[in-house]
Design a protein around this ligand. Structure first.
Ligand SMILES: [Fe+2]
Length: 301
């Protein structure tokens, strides 16, 4: 299953934050990622998946979501999308071509016209040959959630080809591959980062990785639980800089026969926030949910 534009996933995400050393320790020693490239101001970290890196950390004066890398099936589709976005007046890099990035690839960056979020489209990126899911370690990026006032997600649907796969009272879920969603908009008054989810091998891996995080002194922000839409298991933590990150597993796999359900069809009994009802979001979890804005620079730092 793919989109008409060829966009087929969130490949990697770039965080800007002041304490790069603290963040690197958190993601490498505790979260379970591995550095593939380190410089004084940037660290690139991979999961056990194929993607050359899943998370890039850049030194910056304040926490910012720099940009989101979207994978696209082919160079040709990157060319077509580049032309169509420019024709619609979307701000892009001047050219579409080989990317100057440690992850290689071919593509371009653009800023979405409604909320100023910066995305990069990447075809034919560098990939690892040693990959495969491993117990207790994050694999690929599963999804990213952004706070947004845009309930209909018009730009993502009309220009990028995402499909609105489900809509709860608070979230619009956007699909571009066999995972239920790769991107979602948490309906809110302003635009900012909400959270980034990493796929784990199975529910046991979510539980034991969450246990290790707790033992290392990082309390669970919310979880372990199972969401309604997507039916995935989740456990959230607040990472350095206030970036919320999630371990997830058992992401629902969908195809074109999947039937959309709207806000009236999703919901839990009063007081419950997930299928199990074991855990509620902690008070410490709420403020970071809207604390990280997007970068104001056009293409990253
Ligand atoms: Fe999530």
């Amino acid at each position: 299953m793919t989109t008409r534009t060829g966009i087929n996933g969130v490949r990697s995400v770039h965080f800007g934050l002041p304490n790069l050393e603290e963040a690197t320790r958190f993601y490498e020693e505790n979260w379970g990622l591995k550095a593939v490239s380190t410089s004084p101001d940037s660290v690139y970290l991979r999961g056990t998946g194929r993607d050359f890196y899943a998370l890039a950390l850049h030194r910056f004066k304040e926490p910012r979501l720099f940009h989101i890398d979207l994978s696209i099936e082919s160079r040709q589709q990157a060319d077509t999308l580049f032309a169509s976005l420019r024709n619609s007046g979307v701000e892009t890099t001047p050219t579409n071509g080989p990317l100057d990035d440690i992850g290689g690839g071919y593509g371009f960056s653009f800023r979405d016209p409604s909320e100023g979020r910066v995305f990069r489209v990447v075809a034919e990126p560098k990939q690892h040959s040693d990959y495969g899911s491993q117990r207790d370690l994050p694999g690929k990026i599963s999804h990213i959630v952004l706070n947004s006032p845009d309930r209909e997600a018009k730009f993502f649907v009309d220009q990028l080809g995402f499909r609105v796969i489900d809509q709860s009272k608070t979230i619009t879920f956007l699909n571009c591959n066999s995972d239920h969603h790769s991107l979602a908009l948490f309906i809110s008054k302003s635009s900012s980062y909400n959270h980034l989810a990493f796929e784990m091998q199975d529910i046991d891996s979510v539980m034991s990785a969450a246990g290790s995080m707790t033992e290392a002194g990082y309390p669970i922000g919310w979880g372990v639980g199972r969401h309604g839409p997507c039916d995935n298991v989740f456990c959230y933590f607040v990472g350095p800089g206030g970036f919320i990150v999630e371990y997830t597993a058992e992401v629902q796999q969908v195809d074109e026969t999947y039937k959309f359900k709207g806000p009236d069809e999703w919901g839990f009994p009063k007081g419950r926030r997930d299928q199990w009802g074991l855990a509620r979001p902690t008070p410490a979890f709420h403020a970071p949910e809207t604390s990280v804005p997007f970068s104001t620079a056009l293409f990253g730092k």
